[in-house]
Design a protein. Structure first.
Length: 261
């Protein structure tokens, strides 16, 4: 572990992290498959030897307080990694949160595609999901409900943006996530799997839907709902007893995935 300390806000390390968080961050992340994992929860999953889809950690930055937190939970796991001390001011410049936890890492991820999840049986698909919190919650819920993969369409939120990574609470390392897949391509790839699209006026009530292993569930955009669906997709609705017009997409996804699990 390195004992160098970064105190300059103009350090190349600071500039590198800020570039990944800035307006061009998505372009850089997509091109290089490098992202920022901020906070203990994100690092906990990345460092755990039990994590199936852990990213490759390139460098860990810690404040004095952050190092204490990290070393109190991990020791041998840190030995192979370059852990760099930074001042509180530098950490503040390297994160987009108001109250940094003093622990941040640069990580490289494996970009999953449909071929890499060919053995997945239960899949949650999100069409043009825009909100980072919804996306992170959806990934976390799919992990909790035992789904095998999560797939996002094009024009969806960047899964490796800091807000999404944080809101997955480490589940991003437990379940493969595929980005940029059109609904038409997904339906073609799904083959004999049952495909259901969640719709407020769906033809099938979720209460009547039997749990099944080979299934794809399609969830729509927060504001516009589902796109025009291919004929293979059957629509499902969640029965509601109250007066709300609809569910938040992350809440709806949780209900459906729990039912199917």
């Amino acid at each position: 572990m390195s004992h160098q300390e970064i105190t300059s806000l103009h350090s190349p390390h600071v500039e590198r992290v800020k570039a990944l968080l800035g307006s061009r961050g998505k372009k850089i992340r997509t091109a290089e498959h490098v992202f920022v994992a901020d906070g203990m929860q994100s690092l906990r999953g990345a460092l755990s030897p039990k994590t199936k889809f852990a990213p490759h950690i390139q460098k860990i930055f810690v404040t004095a307080e952050g190092r204490i937190k990290l070393e109190s939970e991990f020791h041998e796991e840190l030995l192979p990694h370059d852990v760099v001390n930074v001042s509180d001011a530098v950490m503040n410049a390297m994160t987009d949160t108001q109250s940094p936890q003093g622990v941040l890492a640069l990580c490289k991820y494996f970009a999953h595609d449909l071929e890499s999840i060919s053995s997945a049986r239960k899949i949650a698909y999100f069409w043009q999901l825009q909100d980072p919190g919804n996306a992170g919650t959806a990934i976390r819920t799919a992990d909790a409900c035992g789904f095998d993969a999560v797939v996002f369409s094009d024009l969806s939120v960047d899964v490796f943006s800091p807000k999404v990574v944080r809101s997955t609470a480490g589940s991003l390392w437990n379940i493969p996530v595929v980005e940029g897949v059109s609904l038409e391509k997904l339906v073609e790839w799904a083959g004999e799997k049952s495909i259901y699209g969640l719709d407020g006026s769906g033809d099938i009530s979720l209460a009547d839907l039997e749990p099944t292993d080979d299934v794809v569930v399609v969830f729509g955009n927060e504001a516009r709902g589902l796109p025009e669906l291919p004929h293979q997709v059957k629509t499902v609705s969640i029965p509601m007893k109250g007066h709300a017009e609809s569910f938040n997409v992350a809440s709806a996804a949780a209900i459906v995935m729990f039912h199917l699990s």
